[in-house]
Design a protein around this ligand. Structure first.
Ligand SMILES: Cc1cc2nc3c(=O)[nH]c(=O)nc-3n(C[C@H](O)[C@H](O)[C@H](O)COP(=O)(O)OP(=O)(O)OC[C@H]3O[C@@H](n4cnc5c(N)ncnc54)[C@H](O)[C@@H]3O)c2cc1C
Length: 330
């Protein structure tokens, strides 16, 4: 069967992918969105489908459930004219245009299932977790991987909190959480922080922060409903203990979902797709990146949506230039 051709395809269905789709559809470019089927471990809709209340996405004064927000974005994409396919893309070839795309199950075939003149990669990222015993019970009931997203929720107010990690993100998240928690304990696996000198100094000097070196968490403990303590082991003395805590925040890094483009597009040292600052353009003309897969700094729904808009506008301009070039050579 001949590949299905579109002017533009979007891979990914989080806030970045759907915002790109809304803009592309409104520009009459009839985008196809591959929303994935548990791609990168997430249901269609992405990371927000794994959370409850989202209180910082504009337009929802009382907050909105993550799953509901993503259903609304999906409906808006469709209403604007995007075609959404519940398919995971397992291979692309961007070495020549049109770009070649293979849906899951067809990656061994020579012929792609789809082709597109422009591609928006919005495959997202995932926060690293330790999957401690008890984590399945207390994930989102005391355990989080995003202080900015969840720090303000009532269960953490004036309560002791734990942050896991020793880098800049851990330091930033711990200091951020001092606004809400009564005390913030930072558990660092090694005998020193990896954070920059300035951040480390700020963290160590903060009156509401205690840094525990050579300590790793071993268990998430609670009452069956909410987390109330974190068990730990000292990696040097092997001494075990327990810290009372109503919040456990992972700050041990994120993994951008870059498998599709690895080796085809420039990535930074942490695996994020490199975009030209102030745009969504990658080093491959016609290939645009949006959302968490290219953003290691903000990683928020609204910034992902913003970059999805940028990718759509960049793709639209690229396609119209392509059209003009084709008209001139006729
Ligand atoms: C538990 C949790 C709570 C959060 N709370 C908040 C909050 O309150 N406020 C906030 O602003 N941010 C929050 N965030 C962060 C926010 O969810 C992300 O910044 C945002 O979802 C990133 O959007 P994205 O579009 O880049 O990608 P994602 O949301 O990661 O979505 C990417 C999608 O693409 C799909 N996909 C991946 N690979 C493929 C493929 N090969 N083929 C097809 N599809 C593919 C995935 O399945 C996924 O559905 C939270 C994150 C988590 C994990």
């Amino acid at each position: 069967m001949a590949p299905q051709h579109r002017q533009v395809a979007v891979i990914g269905s989080g806030p970045a992918g759907h915002t790109a789709a809304i803009y592309l559809a409104r520009a009459n470019l009839e985008p196809i969105v591959f929303e994935g089927m548990m791609a990168n471990g997430f249901a269609p809709g992405g990371q927000l489908t794994t959370t409850t209340d989202v209180e910082n996405f504009p337009g929802f004064p009382k907050g909105v459930m993550g799953g509901e927000l993503m259903d609304l974005m999906r409906a808006q994409s469709e209403n604007c004219g995007a075609v959404i396919e519940t398919e995971t893309i397992t291979k692309i070839d961007t070495s020549s245009r049109p770009f070649k795309i293979w849906r899951e199950g067809s990656e061994d075939q020579a012929e792609p299932t789809d082709t597109a003149d422009a591609l928006v990669i919005a495959t997202g990222a995932s926060a690293r977790r330790m999957y401690l015993p008890g984590e399945d019970i207390y994930w989102q009931n005391g355990i989080s991987a995003c202080a900015v997203c969840d720090g303000a929720v009532p269960i953490f107010r004036n309560k002791p909190l734990v942050v896991i990690g020793g880098g800049d993100s851990a330091a930033e998240e711990a200091i951020y959480l001092t606004k809400y928690g009564s005390m913030v304990h930072v558990l660092v696996r090694r005998d020193q922080l990896r954070a920059s000198k300035v951040m480390a100094k700020r963290l160590l000097a903060h009156p509401k922060v205690t840094v525990h070196f050579n300590v790793s968490p071993t268990d998430a403990l609670g009452d069956g409903n909410l987390l109330n303590a974190v068990a730990f082991v000292n990696n040097v003395t092997k001494e075990v203990g327990k810290i009372e805590a109503n919040g456990l925040f992972y700050a041990i890094g994120h993994d951008p979902a870059n498998a599709l483009v690895k080796g085809q597009v420039d990535l930074d040292e942490d695996g994020y797709i490199k975009t030209i600052p102030g745009s969504s353009e990658t080093n491959v003309p016609g290939l645009f990146a949006a959302g968490d897969v290219q953003d290691k700094r903000y990683r928020q729904a609204v910034t992902s949506a913003g970059s999805g808009c940028m990718a759509a506008l960049d793709a639209e301009r690229f396609l119209s230039e392509l059209e003009s070039e084709a008209a001139e050579t006729k």
